[in-house]
Design a protein around this ligand. Structure first.
Ligand SMILES: [Zn+2]
Ligand SMILES: [Zn+2]
Length: 213
């Protein structure tokens, strides 16, 4: 871990916009009570305090409300969607809501990317250098699978990954991550893959490049 000193006092930032300086529409986009729900394909339903529901098409920069349709304005609904996306309350176009398959927190993932879905904290990508919490050894991630540790059978033992004695301390429902040991990963043609419960592997700041000599 790298500890950082706090920033100095010169960088002053406001967290909310100054409503006095905004146009009426922009101010109402921030302050009015609205319920927002993603519909997919860049469309969002916005329900106002008065109970009307309008559909915003973000890529098209359009809204089904009279303000937009008749006056052609960037209405408060359109602005509200932009605010909600920035605040990560709704997914941006092309993203969808998902529960992280490793830790269970709600996150937004690319619509195109198949399961397993992992949040930013749990995400492991092929090529990432990780540390085995049991042995301290470094490995390289080959793939994060959709298999659960109690479902995947290790061929050489005939038992599941979860049943392996060094994996007893990790949840049996963990996703299985296939990985290869360093330095074999960068020295051997086809290094042997080993299966680990996801939470047994710890992300590191090391890069595969650091192990090439
Ligand atoms: Zn509108
Ligand atoms: Zn997670």
């Amino acid at each position: 871990m790298t500890l950082l000193t706090p920033p100095d006092d010169t960088d002053r930032t406001a967290l909310a916009p100054d409503l006095r300086s905004l146009t009426d529409r922009a101010a109402r986009a921030w302050t009015e009570r609205m319920a927002v729900r993603e519909l997919g394909d860049g469309e969002y339903a916005v329900t106002t305090d008065s109970g009307h529901t309008y559909v915003v098409d973000l890529p098209d920069r359009s809204c089904s409300c009279p303000d937009h349709r008749i006056r052609g304005e960037h209405c408060k609904h359109l602005r509200r969607i932009a605010i909600e996306i920035t605040a990560r309350r709704v997914p941006a176009p092309g993203m969808q809501r998902a529960r992280c398959d490793a830790c269970g927190t709600e996150t937004f993932v690319d619509e195109e990317v198949p399961a397993p879905h992992l949040c930013e904290t749990c995400r492991l990508d092929p090529g990432d250098v990780v540390r085995d919490r049991e042995t301290g050894k470094r490995l390289v991630v080959v793939r994060v699978t959709d298999d659960r540790a109690d479902e995947r059978i290790i061929e050489s033992t005939g038992r599941s990954v979860a049943a392996h004695e060094t994996n007893e301390g990790y949840p049996a429902t963990d996703l299985v991550v296939d990985a290869v040991y360093l330095p074999a990963a960068v020295r051997e043609e086809s290094p042997r893959e080993y299966a680990f419960p996801h939470s047994r592997l710890e992300r590191t700041d090391a890069q595969l490049l650091d192990f090439l000599d």
